[in-house]
Design a protein around this ligand. Structure first.
Ligand code: R5P
Length: 262
């Protein structure tokens, strides 16, 4: 691995702890103005100071992030689908490598849909992207997207993560599941977890804790942070779990939640 590639990875996975808190705000690429992300600039401004990187699309990066920002960017470069469209797995590469470089990103991210109708297409997308990115030292984060019909278990997720790594992804983002250690153990590149749909803060903190305990290098969390009643409190709490091995109980007490949300 060349110096540039290693340097970019170390911008994301912090060398002092070997861990990372990525803030995912890319949901609009297929969900439109998701709750909590209606005005991306507002959400990003308040949370970026606590994120090790921002995962977003080039449209939101250009319009809603100040170029003076120091947080590393993980650019989503796959899409072409929507929540109301025919098949979510029908994705293509949406950004040229030249534009990713022009935007000075630290990594690019692309979804694969193992077991879906467009599995082959999305795996080809990943392989082509890795080949191109290798030329410029840009790391690729593969996102193992799960269709409605798939079970998010260790058997399926380890299959998807391993295929992503075998095709050359430098990091993999997946979901937490029972026996998650097996997913991490059989994936030769660093694994981060997505948060998934909004759940109670207590449960989301436990999820982050369990993922780290079981070998993930961090989280790439979105809705459980920006849809929380206390988004800043939540990202700070997740940081303490990821970087300082804090317990969910310790950090939950710091959140400012209304009684009905507890
Ligand atoms: C989904 O396809 C996007 O890549 C999201 O970035 C990802 O799911 C992480 O966000 P969340 O924690 O809201 O699931």
């Amino acid at each position: 691995m060349g110096w540039g590639m290693r340097n970019r990875i170390s911008q994301i996975i912090k060398p002092d702890t070997g861990r990372t808190v990525m803030l995912a705000v890319d949901h609009g690429y297929f969900l439109g103005p998701t709750s909590g992300l209606e005005e991306p600039r507002k959400t990003i401004e308040s949370l970026a100071p606590y994120a090790d990187s921002l995962m977003l699309t080039r449209g939101v990066l250009r319009t809603s992030v100040d170029p003076g920002v120091s947080v590393p960017i993980v650019l989503r470069v796959s899409g072409g689908n929507s929540i109301v469209g025919e098949d979510l797995s029908n994705e293509t590469i949406t950004v040229s490598i030249k534009d990713a470089i022009r935007l000075n990103v630290s990594a690019v991210a692309l979804s694969i849909y193992v077991g879906s109708k467009y599995e082959h297409q999305t795996l080809k997308n990943l392989a082509a992207l890795v080949s191109e990115c290798e030329e410029y030292g840009i790391p690729v984060l593969a996102v193992t997207a799960v269709g409605k019909e798939m079970t998010r278990d260790a058997r399926y997720l380890s299959l998807a993560c391993r295929i992503a790594a075998e095709l050359g992804a430098h990091m993999v983002k997946t979901y937490y599941c029972e026996d998650f250690e097996k997913v991490v153990k059989t994936c030769p590149v660093p694994v981060v977890i997505a948060g998934g749909k909004k759940i109670a803060e207590k449960d989301a903190l436990q999820l982050a804790h369990n993922a780290i305990r079981d070998g993930a290098v961090g989280v790439d969390m979105g809705r459980n942070i920006f849809q929380s009643q206390d988004p800043v409190g939540m990202i700070k709490a997740v940081r303490s779990i990821v970087h300082k091995n804090a317990t969910p109980k310790q950090v939950y007490a710091t959140l400012k939640l209304g009684k009905s949300k507890r």
